[in-house]
Design a protein around this ligand. Structure first.
Ligand code: AHR
Length: 689
């Protein structure tokens, strides 16, 4: 109440200010504007006024103070916000195998005359537990049409081929099928005919067809018109665009993978996130159910289906078309380390908190041991052989594994100890990621952080979703962390703007700039913080549950938020060695709103300096390079800046906040840099060899 009254008073005060301001003459207005620019109005950054002095930043170019791990900056992938099904997994048919709780969800049947029993969903769970339902069509009357609405429509591109496939059998042959793509206005924009083979008997067959679109439509639908007479059973009705990533049949959306590849991420954390834990144990992620023929991958409800009452997603399921083999393959494709996270015998503690009894943990632990064998084992081992059968005889070179996602409490520690003992006994080389709970402080964090450090954990996974000011204040968080103990993996983080800001609007420039400021602190402490990933990664504009997210997509397009460009600038400028950058012999963690870190890259022989200017004024810096190395005469700055902290990127303006390259002429060892207000700058300076 007090808060509301204060805000009303503040608003009235501001209105009076504006009215007085309008009456002033021009020079007075100018002076007032200048003064106002030294304070922020409700933007979250508290900008103190300070005098415009030129600051000197000293960089000790010759002395490496820490190594930067090659996989320092990675990505966090979870099937949230329709990131996998309906997102990067390019399947266009929703509920292709009729296994959703409502078996015909996503499908509609159009016919002139109703014939009872003509279309049935049949359940054969006694003989096919993984994929019990199929559609039985008994054709006797007029043609009828079966339409699939896709995931929030089907994105169709003019000139592109679409690949259809189905599993079927024909107890009584004679049915013919016309396959159509229809635009949102029902215009047919692709068409082909398919006559199923006559002689399937009782055996399931697969048949394919393709159709090419004559028009683009982001919200098309897919239709099958049944003609002729006869009986046909259908399952796994599937449609993929032909232009998948690496043209793999039934593969991934190329534009979304490309956004990841462009970041050159050091690792991919998968498959989550809370879906690892599940609402309850039955709903947990089980990797063994996600490999092999897609018709055998037993799908489950996605826990984000029901998580938020204000963002219900009743049609959100995990088909596991993007399963563990595909995750490993994706990591390999884009040169990243795979970082799987496994369930530790505990379901999400925000939901049921169901735990596996300690003396019944074996199957969970075995899943972890088998996963390591699946990734790294020789082809003569049980799981290595499976990997080879799936088309990858070479090991995936798994180096690390997460045990539990955001699990906490003594019950986590008990279960973790059992996992750790078993895994370290067989695979001592595998680094284990341990959870520190749901946030970076408080009793929950302290209990785990202390216990895990005592147990000499390899990595402690810290998560923080906090306001911009928290990020700025914590840019020095790791400066005082113990150096020779467990390492930190900042496995999920994002600046969460005011909760009144919703959806993609949360990924504003203020959030990204505050993240950049904190990330300079991660980089400066690369000996302690050895990995970090922003979260979540993807969101569909029509189907999200959680925001902010790094990359937003619709059915045809994709754009990177300002956060994407901050992340990309860090991961593509990671360097190999941290060097000291200070002002007045102190780390640069907010003096006059500036945050900085520096690395050298021994492979390219360059100095890379990152500076975030979170102040609303231009700042001039003298860079003093202290070291024997001489520099070349040309370098550049990649600059991200916007004077409006609320600036967003969008499909129409995907790089409203995007990097601009500015060439630098360099001379001697002193450089003068002008940093724009609200800017993040990556300065690359080549050394003379
Ligand atoms: O990133 C979104 C969610 O945030 C993750 O699933 C979970 O680990 C965290 O609470």
């Amino acid at each position: 109440m007090t808060f509301i009254i204060l805000n009303i008073l503040l608003l009235q005060f501001r209105t009076i200010q504006i009215l007085i301001f309008m009456k002033l003459n021009r020079p007075t207005k100018r002076v007032l504007c200048l003064m106002l620019s030294y304070s922020t109005i409700g933007l979250g950054f508290s900008n103190p006024s300070f005098a415009q002095t030129i600051k000197t930043f000293t960089v000790k170019t010759d002395k490496s103070i820490a190594k930067v791990e090659p996989n320092m900056w990675g990505v966090f992938f979870e099937d949230i916000n329709f990131g996998a099904d309906g997102g990067i997994y390019a399947e266009l048919i929703k509920n292709r195998s009729f296994e959703f709780a409502k078996p015909l969800m996503g499908w509609s049947i159009y016919r002139n005359r109703q014939k009872e029993g003509e279309v049935l969903v049949v359940n054969r769970k006694e003989v096919n537990e993984a994929n019990p339902r199929y559609l039985q069509v008994q054709r006797q009357t007029d043609d009828f049409e079966l339409i699939n609405e896709g995931f929030k429509g089907i994105g169709v591109k003019k000139g592109l081929r679409y690949d259809f496939s189905m599993m079927y059998r024909q107890p009584i042959p004679g049915v013919k099928m016309v396959l159509l793509l229809k635009a949102a206005n029902n215009k047919v924009i692709a068409q082909t005919e398919l006559t199923p083979l006559q002689t399937t008997g009782n055996n399931w067959q697969k048949q394919t067809a393709s159709l090419t679109a004559t028009e683009t439509d982001p919200k098309a639908k897919f239709s099958i018109i049944f003609q002729g007479k006869g009986n046909i059973d259908l399952d796994m009705i599937s449609l993929f665009p032909h232009d998948t990533w690496k043209n793999r049949p039934q593969g991934l959306r190329a534009d979304m993978v490309q956004m990841l590849a462009d970041m050159k991420p050091g690792f991919i954390r998968f498959p989550g996130g809370c879906i690892v834990e599940g609402m309850d144990l039955a709903n947990r992620y089980q990797w063994k159910n996600t490999i092999g023929p897609i018709e055998d991958r037993k799908m489950i409800m996605n826990r984000w289906n029901v998580e938020f009452a204000h963002r219900p997603a009743p049609d959100y399921y995990q088909t596991f078309g993007l399963g563990f083999f595909e995750y490993f393959q994706l990591a390999e494709d884009i040169g990243s380390d795979a970082l799987p996270i496994l369930n530790c015998g505990m379901a999400c503690q925000y939901n049921t908190g169901e735990v596996a009894a300690l003396d019944e943990l074996d199957p969970y632990v075995q899943d972890a041991l088998d996963l390591i064998e699946f990734a790294n084992g020789g082809i003569n081992t049980k799981w290595g052989k499976k990997r080879a059968e799936l088309g990858h005889p070479k090991p995936f070179n798994l180096k690390m594994l997460g045990i539990g996602n955001e699990n906490w409490g003594p019950q986590y520690l008990e279960r973790l100890a059992i996992f750790t003992k078993a895994i370290k006994a067989k695979y001592p080389e595998i680094k284990l990621i341990n959870s520190s709970g749901t946030g970076p402080d408080g009793d929950r964090f302290e209990l785990l952080n202390t216990a895990l450090r005592t147990a000499n954990a390899d990595f402690i996974d810290e998560h923080y979703y906090k306001p911009a000011d928290w990020f700025l204040k914590n840019a020095g968080r790791y400066d005082s962390y113990p150096r020779n103990e467990s390492k930190v993996f900042v496995g999920e983080y994002a600046v969460h703007a005011d909760s009144k800001i919703v959806g993609a609007n949360r990924n504003n420039w203020e959030s990204a700039l505050a993240a950049a400021a904190l990330m300079t602190g991660l980089e400066r402490n690369a000996d302690v913080v050895q990995m970090a990933s922003y979260a979540p990664l993807f969101a569909h504009v029509d189907a999200w549950q959680w925001a902010p997210d790094m990359i937003w997509v619709d059915n045809l397009k994709v754009y990177g938020t300002p956060d994407y460009y901050v992340q990309k600038l860090f991961s593509t400028n990671k360097g190999t060695d941290v060097v000291s950058i200070t002002t007045d012999a102190k780390n640069i963690i907010g003096q006059d709103g500036l945050y900085a870190s520096a690395v050298t890259d021994k492979t390219t022989n360059e100095l890379i300096i990152k500076i975030a200017n979170t102040a609303n004024q231009t700042q001039t810096i003298d860079l003093a390079l202290d070291g024997k190395k001489k520099i070349k005469s040309k370098g550049f700055i990649d600059e991200l800046e916007n004077s409006n902290l609320n600036q967003l990127n969008s499909f129409d303006a995907p790089q409203a906040v995007g990097p601009k390259r500015i060439e630098l002429s360099l001379k001697g060892k002193k450089l003068n840099l002008v940093l724009k207000p609200y800017s993040f700058n990556v300065i690359r300076i080549p050394f003379n060899s």
